[in-house]
Ligand binder design. Sequence first.
Ligand SMILES: [Zn+2]
Length: 171
Amino acid sequence: MAIRPIVKYGDPVLHAPAAPVDRVDDAIRTLLRDMVETMYAAPGIGLAAPQIGVPLRVIVVDLSVGADPAQLIQLVNPELLDGDGEQRQEEGCLSVPGYGGSPARPARVRVRGLGPDGTEQLHSGTELLARAFCHEIDHVDGLLFVDRLSPLKRDLMKRKLRKRAREGWEE
Ligand SMILES: [Zn+2]
């Protein structure tokens, strides 16, 4: 297992849709393990493969950040099946450190994808879990929370972030 560097806003891999995975093989399982380790080390509650520079549709989510193994969700080719209601809470992103925003998200979602063993998994989530699913699935579609803000907030934040990206993200 390995902790991989997290790419930041402005890296093209974060701003383009990722490719579907053809087969869940050992390379994908290694990717999943690295993503989980990187997420826990950050620490974060979710990570998508593009965030470590891998343009594939793979996400991991764990609201317990490793404290409760039962809460770890690893999904290949995740899909939002449906969502209803609306919530708006502050979100952050490991690829946009130091910034936050409150995009509109569904209150409840159902998500489908393949697990590390290649079998189909179905998950439903509310509140923070619903936001985490939407946030990570957005990542594999090349979208960040910033892209979901109201036009005024979005433009303002994008201007700041482009400047940060030009100057370099090293803190
Ligand atoms: Zn993120």
